[in-house]
Design a protein around this ligand. Structure first.
Ligand SMILES: [Zn+2]
Length: 142
């Protein structure tokens, strides 16, 4: 459980006193925490955003490699020319999945951290999608 120090605003992982200065800790949901300055909440969002991005990047690697390896294994069931096509295709699909999710994570963290609470969910999703495929946007413009 995340707790914030009332004295130095250091974020502690639980406990009753701050590990940095020994000040009293409050929970994020405490009424007392509401009076803390904006910078504390911004740091909190950066922390959460970074953590979420890390989980998403891990998922990207996991989903991408699982898809690629599963397809690669399945490709051995085909006759020679097609088995090679399927093998290469699986690796390409796996890498593409990883790349898309990785970009989504990077873009998502930036959007979550900077715009949380200020942007409508649909616009947030659109901003993330546009961040993944910037080449499409420029092609349409030109
Ligand atoms: Zn402290």
């Amino acid at each position: 459980m995340v707790k914030i120090c009332l004295e130095c605003h250091y974020v502690n992982a639980g406990g009753a006193v701050c590990t940095e200065c020994g000040g009293r800790l409050v929970m994020v949901s405490d009424p007392e925490a509401r009076d803390l300055p904006d910078t504390v909440w911004k740091n909190q969002r950066v922390d959460y955003g970074a953590r979420r991005g890390m989980i998403m990047r891990f998922l990207a690697i996991f989903i991408g490699s699982t898809t690629g390896l599963y397809g690669l294994r399945a490709s051995f069931g085909y006759e020679p020319p097609w088995s090679r096509v399927a093998a290469v295709g699986s690796v390409v699909v796996g890498l593409t999945l990883w790349w898309i999710l990785h970009r989504a994570a990077t873009r998502g963290v930036r959007v979550w951290v900077l715009a949380k609470g200020r942007v409508h969910n649909a616009r947030l999703a659109r901003a993330i999608l546009l961040g993944i495929v910037p080449f499409k946007r420029s092609r349409r413009a030109g």
